[in-house]
Design a protein around this ligand. Structure first.
Ligand code: AMP
Ligand code: TRP
Length: 335
């Protein structure tokens, strides 16, 4: 039997944090041997908000290296850069012309980001989910492993697929409809400074997140200063204690212990006892990732060759899908 196809991506806007790792990449790694996987660095998405051209290329490399450092295995997975394959931009245009404007105006992420941008909202920010839909359908992806915040974008992708198939498929599916793959634990990692907000690259305070490349000292300081509450005894799932739930979940995932074990261990604990345990588990979990990252970055030729290979393999598939869509829309194809 042929394996189902998985596609996912992360934007090269700065460093990866524990939310990206626990919500997305860790799950890519865990499931990769079951699937035929494509993981891209979505650098076209990165310019939908103002970006720094001086760091874009380096950030793109960093993310690709972190994919490998986190355990993406080239035996099962292809890694590539979105902007290296022009079919992503081209299919976005075709999908744009069949996507109703009000579908995009309804997207929660657009509304949230647009508020932050004030007057400076680009067409690209509104169009972001259509580019994401193109990323997914170009590879006929069956599953898209992401954090909870991306679910709405995958539902939109399904709506666009249905619309295109219905309008242009003549009874057959031109594009495949993808399903989200979202884990329960870690799907929404919260900020260290406010347990009601998600951990995010765009939070102006670096104290709000733990980055995968933070040094042990920095991790220690961030956890020492993170927001807690005055209640003694630490429990999962109390809606009035969002920080407590978040920190216990992080401890569970960083230590690899079960929920029951953590609940029992921490039931009578205070923060003073808990925080050093979380610090130690986090540092220990990230150390092998950081070591591998530095090893990979020491040999830029290695990463270049992986991305070149990825581009060739992914590009050939994307090109075929693009031709299929153009044909369905009635284009004359160049000979
Ligand atoms: P981004 O940083 O927006 O490129 O997100 C890359 C991936 O990380 C996506 O699959 C997101 O759903 C996931 N992600 C981002 N922030 C979080 C978070 N705080 N908790 C869980 N997953 C997240
Ligand atoms: N929008 C996703 C995010 O910010 C990143 C992304 C772009 C993506 N294209 C994708 C995720 C395709 C999965 C599949 O998290």
């Amino acid at each position: 039997m042929t394996k189902q196809r998985v596609l996912s991506g992360v934007q090269p806007t700065g460093n990866l944090h524990l939310g990206n790792y626990l919500g997305a990449i860790r799950n890519w790694v865990a499931g990769q041997s079951q699937y035929d996987n494509f993981f891209c660095v979505v650098d076209l998405h990165a310019i939908t908000v103002p970006h720094n051209p001086e760091t874009l290329a380096a950030d793109t490399y960093t993310i690709a290296a972190l994919y490998l450092a986190c355990g993406i295995d080239l035996q099962y997975s292809t890694i590539f850069v979105q902007s290296h394959i022009s079919a992503h931009s081209e299919l976005t245009w075709l999908l744009n012309c069949i996507t109703p404007l009000n579908w995009l105006e309804d997207m929660i992420q657009f509304k949230e980001k647009a508020v932050k941008q004030g007057q400076n909202v680009s067409m690209g920010l509104l169009d972001y989910p259509v580019l994401m839909a193109a990323d997914i359908v170009l590879y006929d992806a069956d599953k898209v492993p992401v954090g909870e915040d991306q679910k709405q974008h995958i539902e939109l992708t399904r709506d666009i697929v249905d619309r295109l198939n219905h309008q242009f498929g003549k009874g057959k599916a031109v594009l495949k409809s993808p399903a989200p793959l979202i884990q329960t634990d870690g799907a929404r990692v919260m900020s260290l400074t406010d347990g009601t907000k998600k951990m995010s690259k765009s939070d102006p305070s670096d104290m709000s997140r733990i980055n995968l490349l933070d040094s042990p000292d920095v991790i220690q300081t961030k956890i020492k200063k993170c927001k807690t509450d005055p209640v003694k005894g630490l429990v999962f799932g109390d809606a009035d204690r969002p920080e407590c739930n978040n920190l216990l979940t992080l401890y569970m995932l960083m230590s690899g212990k079960s929920k029951e074990a953590v609940a029992a261990e921490c039931a009578d604990m205070g923060w003073g006892q808990f925080k050093p345990m979380l610090t130690e588990a986090t540092i220990a979990h990230l150390k092998p990732i950081q070591d591998k990252y530095h090893e990979i970055m020491a040999d830029p030729g290695y990463l270049d060759s992986i991305l070149k290979e990825g581009r060739e393999k992914a590009g050939a598939i994307a090109h075929q899908t693009l031709l299929r869509v153009k044909k369905a829309l009635g284009y004359s194809l160049p000979l």
